[in-house]
Design a protein around this ligand. Sequence first.
Ligand code: CU
Length: 123
Amino acid sequence: MKKITLVAFALTFIASINLFAQTADIPVSKIAVIQIKTSGECDMCKTKIENTIGVMKGVKKTELDIPSQILTVEYNTQKTTAEKIKKAIAEIGYDADEVKANNRVVKKLPACCQPQPRPEIQK
Ligand SMILES: [Cu+2]
């Protein structure tokens, strides 16, 4: 009988720890960090992408690493989504993972910022 009580107590204790952990997790899980592969390749691209995404609602931090073309974005998952961020990047003329750049905008980018090889030559 004593053993059963002990087991029951242990289980309740474990369950309450779990519950506590979940509750404590909520504020942390609002903030997410994503890494998006972009087609930005110079300082101009970097400034443009960071300035555009940096002012989006819910975005905390943005940094484009030029050599890897990876944009790291820290954002609040309750205020924005990864999809919205990728769409915004595509709208200013850069690829963002599976979301392809808006081609009309790409053509207006400075020559140095055009993706290599350029889309029109590629065909
Ligand atoms: Cu550029």
